[in-house]
Design a protein around this ligand. Structure first.
Ligand code: GLU
Length: 310
């Protein structure tokens, strides 16, 4: 395999421009306290930097989508006093952009088709004595599809021999210096799924670049996706935004609050009470507010004091 170089960051790095953040919910159900905390952190950070805040609906996973969730999420954001700039980007309308990025990666030799089923992958991992991390793809199809097997998914090579992209490092504004060895901790990852849908990692990277996002603020459950996103940005010659992951809201059992762990939908009749709870989770002082407008100005001042480093 020939050495592939990462493309340099594009000259028009948005990091030199005005702050642009985003909130990117998946329409898998109504917003809950955990999603509110992530949205709040993002909007406060944008406000504190006099920046813009965009909303993007990540509806690229139809099997997980819930009918009406997009409208419900946008109406909830409005009820809670959030204001976003411009049109809402909708990922289900962005197929051509994902295909173009995919084609560039394929032409540059980064991608290969994979015939493995989930069961084959888990069987080969169990049988392997060299791999300790059960989630790492063992690379079965990396040098070609097995005889007579049709392609299912498409995977992105995490590294080539002596490829310095192997270990990805970045500084998270909350969690500090991070690093992940993509070869030993992740393995070649899926960009196009066996069911034909685009993978989150590809869509998020293409859209963050398209929207000129300078700052990604989101829940810490996505901290370990970030190195894959940086890897893709480098392979595509796209700029890397700054990252700030905020601790996720947990259930009493210490699990991430989500639909699967029984998160309740936000109470749209009592936005102030819900906003106060989310602010409390983020460690902000905005408890005395008696209106939504007052809440947002107190919370912005509190965020500015704690979280904005110029
Ligand atoms: N759509 C993802 C989610 O709802 C968030 C993606 C992101 O913020 O990068 O979990």
């Amino acid at each position: 395999m020939s050495q592939l170089e990462y493309l340099p960051n594009s000259d028009a790095s948005p990091l030199t421009g005005r702050y642009r953040g985003r909130f990117a919910p998946s329409p898998t159900g109504p917003l809950h306290l955990g999603s509110l905390a992530a949205a709040m952190a993002g909007w406060l950070d944008a406000r504190a930097h006099q920046g813009e805040w965009l909303v993007r609906i990540e509806d690229i996973d139809p099997p997980r989508e819930v009918a009406g969730a997009t409208e419900n999420i946008l109406a909830t954001l409005t009820d809670f006093g959030f204001e976003w700039s411009g049109e809402v980007m909708v990922q289900s309308q962005r197929g051509a952009a994902y295909q173009a990025a995919f084609d560039r990666l394929e032409q540059a030799g980064w991608l290969y088709p994979c015939a493995c089923t989930r069961k084959e992958i888990s069987d080969s991992i169990t049988a392997s004595t060299t791999t300790s991390n059960a989630a790492v793809y063992p690379g079965t199809c990396r040098s070609g599809l097995p005889e007579g097997r049709p392609p299912r998914a498409w995977r992105m090579r995490v590294a080539h021999t002596n490829d310095s992209g192997n270990v990805i490092r970045f500084d998270d504004r909350h969690f500090g210096p991070q690093q992940q060895n993509l070869t030993t901790e992740v393995g070649d990852y899926v960009l196009k799924r066996a069911d034909g849908f685009w993978a989150y990692q590809l869509a998020v990277v293409v859209d963050d670049a398209e929207q000129g996002i300078t700052d990604v603020v989101r829940g810490s459950d996505l901290l370990d996706s970030t190195p894959r996103q940086i890897h893709l940005q480098r392979a595509l010659g796209l700029p890397t935004p700054r990252y700030l992951h905020v601790p996720v809201v947990e259930t009493k059992l210490g699990e991430k609050l989500s639909k699967q762990t029984g998160a309740k939908a936000l109470d749209r009749k009592h936005p102030l009470a819900e906003l106060r709870l989310a602010a409390q989770h983020l460690g902000l002082e905005a408890f005395g507010a008696t209106s939504i407008t007052q809440f947002w100005s107190q919370a912005t001042a509190s965020w500015q004091k704690r979280n904005v480093k110029y």
